[in-house]
Design a protein. Structure first.
Length: 130
């Protein structure tokens, strides 16, 4: 009989992802990275997805109000080695996770869905039925 793989992340993977998110948020909040772009932008770390082996971390970020997103991502990627060292030193993992920064598109998708739901044609269809 074929073994069915559990596709949802384990509690440990989720817990480590949240720990990495807190560490990165703290580094950015305290201004530990010496970068003019990062110093002049508030950056929110919205989610960290860890690979099952905890060797890779995909970090989703969003600058406040979405301003200068490309510039902020470039600055974060420039300092990836610094972030990896800091995360490795603050976590008790066997391996240092490789970090990859991506823009969090979920806010844009949420806004798009909200606009669709407010469309008069859709609102009419969603209205209370008699």
């Amino acid at each position: 009989m074929a073994r069915v793989e559990n596709l949802s992340p384990s509690i440990r993977v989720l817990r480590v992802g949240e720990q990495v998110r807190h560490i990165l948020s703290e580094i950015l909040m305290r201004g530990d990275v010496h970068d003019d772009v990062l110093a002049s932008h508030l950056v929110s770390v919205t989610e960290v997805r860890m690979s099952p082996d905890l060797r890779h971390a995909t970090v989703f970020v969003k600058p406040l109000l979405g301003n200068d997103e490309d510039v902020v991502l470039k600055a974060l990627r420039t300092h990836t080695a610094f972030f990896q060292r800091e995360v490795a030193s603050r976590t008790k993992l066997k391996y240092a996770a490789k970090i990859k920064f991506l823009s969090d598109e979920s806010f844009d998708q949420g806004g798009h869905i909200d606009r669709l739901l407010r469309d008069p044609k859709v609102a009419r269809d969603l209205g209370e039925e008699e």
